[in-house]
Design a protein. Structure first.
Length: 469
C-alpha cells in the first residue's frame, strides 16, 4: 500500500491541463472580482462577503419552483444554517418565514418581526418553551418527545387559556435512519399516544406534523417519508381529526445542485482523484464525485424541479387525499445560502510547497476542509481559469488548518487575494472561538458594500476579565 500511495503522490505532482466544468466556469467568469477586491480594500481580510441579491434570487427560485407544483406551501428558512441577521432579513423580504432551533434564534426571529415561526429541536429547555408559548400566536412548537410534551403541559397548566398552544409532532418515520439520526422525533407508532395527551389537555392543540431528512440528492427520501406517514395516518386516525391539521412540514435537506465535495487527503480521496485524471476525465473530481455522511457517490444532484414533481405526486397520493386544505411547509437552508457567500483571504507567506493565508478554518467551525470537502479557490489578484495544485493553509497554530490543495488562477504570490467560493452554509454560524478573531461579514446590496457584522473584538472574546478586576 505504501508503494502504491507513493506512486499516486508522484502522479499528483504532475501538471494537469484542466478546465473547470461548465457550472464552475460560469461561476468563475460571473464573479464581480472588482467588487470583491473593493471589499478587501475597504474592510480588509479575512472576511465573509454576502451577495444579497443572489441570495434572494435563490430563495425565490426555490419558492416559485415548489409553488408551481404545490400551490398551498410556505417556506421557513432554517436559521441554524446561517444566522447573520442581515441575511435573514433579506429572506424575510422575499416571503420566507422562520425555522428556529434554539433560544437565541427564537429571540432573533421575534425581534425581526416574523409572523410565522416553527421551533424544532430535540431538547428544548424550559426557558425556550416558555418563550415560545408566550408568543403562541406566532410560534408553533414541533414537539420531539414525550418528556418535552409533558413539560409543555406543565407550563400550560390546567387553567383554560383564550387561545390554545399550537403543537406539531416531529416524526422519525425512516427505517433506514440509524445512529445519531435516531435521536430525532417520535416513532410513528407513538403518535396516537402523543395526540391523546394533547387532546386531554384544555390548553393544547394538535395542528401539524413534521419530518426531516438530510443531504438529499434525489427526492426519494421525501417521497418515502410522505408515503409512510400518509399510510399510517389513514389507518390510525379519523378523517375528522386529520382535516383539523393545518400543516405538514417536510423539513429541509435539499442538497444544492452542482455542489461537489470530495475527500482530498485520505487514501480514498486521492484514489478517486487519480482515477478520474487517469481516465482522462479531468473534471470528474469537481462535478461528479460527491460525498455524504453514508459514503461516496457518483450520482448527480437532481434538478430542483424533480424534487417538486416527486414530492407533489407523493403528497397528492398520500396526504391531500386525507386533507386537501393542509399547508405544506418547507425548511430549506443549505440550498438557499450556500452560493451567496464567499470567504476572502490574503496570502501572507509563500513557501516551497505551500502558502499561508491570513484566515483560518476557525471561520468554518469544523475540520471539514481537512476531512472531506472540496471548495473552489480562486486567485482574484491573478485571475484565470487555469488549474494549479498548491497546498493553501491558514494562520492557526494547528496543522489541520487547511483550505485546500488546489486553486484557479495564475501563480500565487504574497499579497494575493484568494476567494474560497460558496461558503454560506454552516460556516459563519459554527465559527470557532479559537486563536484568531471571528472576521467581519460584509454584504453587497443595492450596489453598495455594507458592514453587516463587525469583527469580533477583545472584550467580546474575553468578557470574563470583568470578574478578575
Amino acid at each position: 500500500m505504501d508503494k502504491i500511495m507513493h506512486e499516486l503522490e508522484e502522479i499528483l505532482k504532475e501538471p494537469i491541463e484542466n478546465t473547470p466544468p461548465s457550472f464552475f466556469m460560469d461561476s468563475l467568469c460571473s464573479l464581480d472580482r472588482n467588487i470583491l477586491l473593493k471589499s478587501v480594500r475597504e474592510f480588509g481580510t479575512p472576511q465573509y462577503i454576502l451577495d444579497r441579491e443572489q441570495l434572494q434570487q435563490r430563495a425565490l427560485y426555490f419558492s416559485r419552483m415548489m409553488r408551481q407544483y404545490i400551490p398551498n406551501s410556505d417556506f421557513f428558512y432554517a436559521f441554524k444554517c446561517n444566522d447573520l441577521p442581515y441575511l435573514i432579513a433579506g429572506l424575510k423580504e422575499v416571503g420566507f418565514f422562520a425555522d428556529v432551533a434554539g433560544i437565541f434564534e427564537l429571540q432573533l426571529a421575534l425581534e425581526l418581526g416574523f409572523e410565522k415561526i416553527v421551533f424544532s429541536s430535540p431538547g428544548k429547555s424550559i426557558s425556550e418553551l416558555k418563550l415560545a408559548i408566550k408568543h403562541k400566536n406566532r410560534v408553533v412548537i414541533n414537539v420531539d418527545n414525550f418528556d418535552e410534551l409533558i413539560r409543555i403541559k406543565e407550563i400550560a397548566g390546567t387553567k383554560k387559556m383564550k387561545e390554545k398552544i399550537p403543537l406539531g409532532f416531529r416524526l422519525n418515520s425512516e427505517p433506514f435512519l440509524k445512529g445519531e439520526w435516531s435521536k430525532f422525533g417520535f416513532e410513528l407508532e407513538e403518535l396516537a399516544k402523543a395526540v391523546k395527551l394533547v387532546n386531554n389537555s384544555p390548553n393544547l392543540e394538535w395542528v401539524g406534523l413534521h419530518f426531516h431528512c438530510s443531504w438529499n440528492k434525489t427526492p426519494w427520501k421525501y417521497i418515502e417519508n410522505i408515503k409512510n406517514i400518509g399510510t399510517f395516518l389513514s389507518r390510525n386516525f379519523s378523517a375528522e381529526a386529520l382535516k383539523k391539521l393545518r400543516f405538514f412540514d417536510i423539513g429541509g435537506g435539499y442538497y444544492p445542485e452542482k455542489q461537489a465535495v470530495i475527500n482530498k487527503i485520505q487514501d480514498k480521496g486521492i484514489l478517486l482523484d487519480t482515477i478520474g485524471a487517469r481516465r482522462g476525465n479531468k473534471n470528474q473530481p469537481f462535478e461528479e464525485i460527491k460525498f455524504d455522511p453514508y459514503g461516496f457517490s457518483v450520482t448527480q444532484v437532481e434538478p430542483l424541479e424533480n424534487f417538486a414533481k416527486g414530492i407533489s405526486e407523493a403528497l397528492k397520493e398520500s396526504i391531500f387525499s386525507l386533507n386537501p386544505e393542509i399547508n405544506i411547509y418547507f425548511e430549506p437552508g443549505r440550498f438557499i445560502v450556500s452560493f451567496a457567500t464567499h470567504i476572502l483571504l490574503e496570502v501572507i507567506a509563500v513557501k516551497k510547497n505551500c502558502v499561508i493565508a491570513d484566515g483560518g478554518i476557525h471561520m468554518l467551525g469544523d475540520y471539514k476542509f481537512q476531512e472531506y470537502s472540496f471548495a473552489p479557490i480562486v486567485n482574484l489578484s491573478r485571475f484565470s481559469t487555469d488549474f494549479h495544485r498548491k497546498i493553501i493553509y491558514g494562520p492557526l497554530c494547528d496543522p489541520n488548518d487547511l483550505w485546500g490543495h488546489s486553486y484557479y488562477g495564475e501563480e500565487i504570490r504574497k499579497g494575493d487575494i484568494l476567494a474560497v467560493l460558496f461558503q454560506g452554509a454552516y460556516t459563519y454560524c459554527t465559527a470557532w472561538r479559537f486563536i484568531k478573531p471571528i472576521p467581519p461579514y460584509i454584504a453587497f446590496s443595492g450596489g453598495k458594500l455594507i458592514l453587516a457584522k463587525p469583527e469580533e473584538d477583545f472584550s467580546q472574546r474575553y468578557p470574563g476579565l470583568i470578574s478578575i478586576e
